[in-house]
Design a protein around this ligand. Structure first.
Ligand code: UD1
Ligand code: CA
Length: 459
């Protein structure tokens, strides 16, 4: 058996009321089309084709290199879509899996089971079905004496057929040759005047071939047609991912308020608190406590680190480092072991060395800080002269006084210090104090003088 996959994604998705093609809407960080592709992971597909139509170029651009996109224009129905798609499948493929691009909840294991039971029964077609309390809108699986005899679309069904609760998910496995032959006999004689893929079932059965339907849990049958169904699908995917990590030994204190994208890696013994959204290639090591309220993209959080109320993008948090509350870490922010980035601190393109601290109200950009240095409150590395960015270098065991402006490029040596309120424009040597502010002058008796002047003016 050589399996090929045809994904149907040419439709407009009218009910999304969106300029974005339906299959490019995201569920937990992945497009619907990517979910469809990932569902086929266990099939060892020899050849995968995506049938595109509406905004074909935009959808095609998102397809991985090993996937062939074929354009269906005009879109004359699901039968026509498969007819177009099948021509692009590798000639060696003998078994065709068809699935819509808008069903993100199908489990890879269910598709595998469908293909296996298709092969062991030697069927011409195997339909993935679900049993629904409310089957409104779906194609009904019609059986006679228990065997599948046809699929009838809701709008073409009679009263008896409308009472059937087993419905077509639009996911199928076909014998390639029998499918190709049957498709040539599909007509547009139906309520919508389209070529229905579902008609292939009746055609095959009439020709004496066997067709089976295998039912799957109801949640897998959800197709996304509008934003409400997109949210339902998202909630289910989020719940599945969180369940997976909790079973793996991750503590998620409020799973309903935690979103973890499928590409994220969490170590057993890590803890995730509510209102946290971990995205992209983010990783969290053992013993780390993340949240509440952390939004992290492509970031790594080390062993035993603590991160609260923070936004981070491409940041690296070392072991036992402390971040937050209210911290913004931008690309290239690196906190080494035991370092700290505290309240209202923004860091970009900078390394904060082992045990160094940026506790309050600072901007650190394009800066290298050595070990065990302390950056006083409200320090700014002035890295941009309006044309170019410049780097700042701060050594180890340095004490930067509060409200220091470090005008880059500038270096502060090991064991050096700056006076609070300094504007540092020149390098500070090792061990030196750099101070750059005007000397203080006190005017004695000032309050008394002011009072007298005010009295004279009102007289
Ligand atoms: C289809 C099935 C129905 C099933 C339901 C499950 C048919 C005739 N009916 O109905 O039995 O219960 O799915 O959700 O197949 N598409 C194309 N090209 C076209 C038409 C559609 O690529 O010319 C794609 C759509 O983008 C979509 C999929 O095929 O991904 C299904 O099409 P849709 O029009 O949504 O079919 P339904 O009416 O939902
Ligand atoms: Ca549909």
């Amino acid at each position: 058996m050589r399996v090929g996959v045809v994904i149907l994604a040419a439709g407009k998705g009218t009910r999304m009321k969106s300029d974005l093609p339906k299959v490019l809407h995201e569920v937990c960080g992945r497009t619907l089309l990517d979910w469809a592709l990932s569902e086929t992971a266990l099939l060892a597909s020899q050849s995968t084709v995506v049938v595109v139509g509406h905004q074909a170029d935009t959808v095609t651009e998102t397809c991985p290199d090993d996937v062939t996109a074929v354009v269906q224009e005009p879109q004359l129905g699901t039968g026509h879509a498969v007819q177009v798609g099948i021509t692009a499948l590798d000639p060696s493929v003998d078994t065709v899996v068809v699935l819509p691009g808008d069903m993100p909840l199908i489990r890879p294991s269910s598709l595998r089971t469908l293909v296996d039971s298709h092969a062991s029964a030697g069927s011409a077609a195997t339909i993935m079905s679900v049993n629904l309390d409310d089957p409104t809108g779906y194609g009904r699986i019609v059986r006679s004496d228990g065997s599948v005899s046809a699929i009838v679309e809701h709008r073409d069904a009679n009263d008896e057929e409308l009472s059937i609760r087993e419905v077509n998910t639009s996911v199928y496995v076909f014998d390639r040759q029998q499918l190709v032959d049957a498709l040539t006999r599909v007509t547009t004689d139906n309520d919508q005047g389209e070529y229905y893929l579902t008609d292939v079932v009746g055609i095959l059965v009439e020709a004496g071939a066997s067709v089976e339907a295998v039912s799957v849990p109801e949640d897998e049958g959800l197709g996304v047609n509008d934003h409400s169904q997109l949210a339902t699908a998202t909630a289910e995917i989020v719940a599945r991912i969180n369940h997976h990590w909790m079973v793996e030994g991750v503590s998620i204190t409020d799973p309903a308020r935690t979103i973890i994208e499928p590409s994220v890696a969490l170590a057993p013994g890590s803890t995730i608190h509510p209102d946290t959204w971990l995205k992209g290639e983010t990783s969290v090591a053992s013993g780390a406590v993340v949240g509440p309220q952390v939004d992290a993209v492509d970031s790594s959080i080390g062993t035993g680190a603590t991160v609260r109320y923070a936004v981070m993008h491409e940041a690296t948090i070392g072991d036992r480092a402390i971040v937050g509350p209210y911290t913004y870490l931008r690309p290239g922010a690196v906190l080494e072991e035991g370092a700290k980035a505290g309240a209202f601190v923004e860091i970009k393109g900078s390394t904060v060395g082992k045990g160094s601290k940026v506790p309050h109200l600072s901007y650190i950009g394009d800066t290298d800080i050595g070990e065990k240095s302390n950056i006083g409150a409200a320090t700014v590395t002035v890295n941009y002269d309006g044309f170019r960015k410049h780097r700042t270098k701060i050594g180890s065991r340095v004490r930067i006084g509060s409200d220091t402006m470090l005008i880059a490029p500038v270096e502060v040596g090991d064991d050096a210090a700056t006076g609070a309120g300094s504007v540092i424009t020149k390098d500070v040597p090792d061990g030196a104090l750099g101070i750059a502010r005007s000397d203080q002058r006190n005017i004695d008796g000032y309050a008394e003088k002011r009072r007298k002047r005010a009295e004279e003016e009102t007289d």
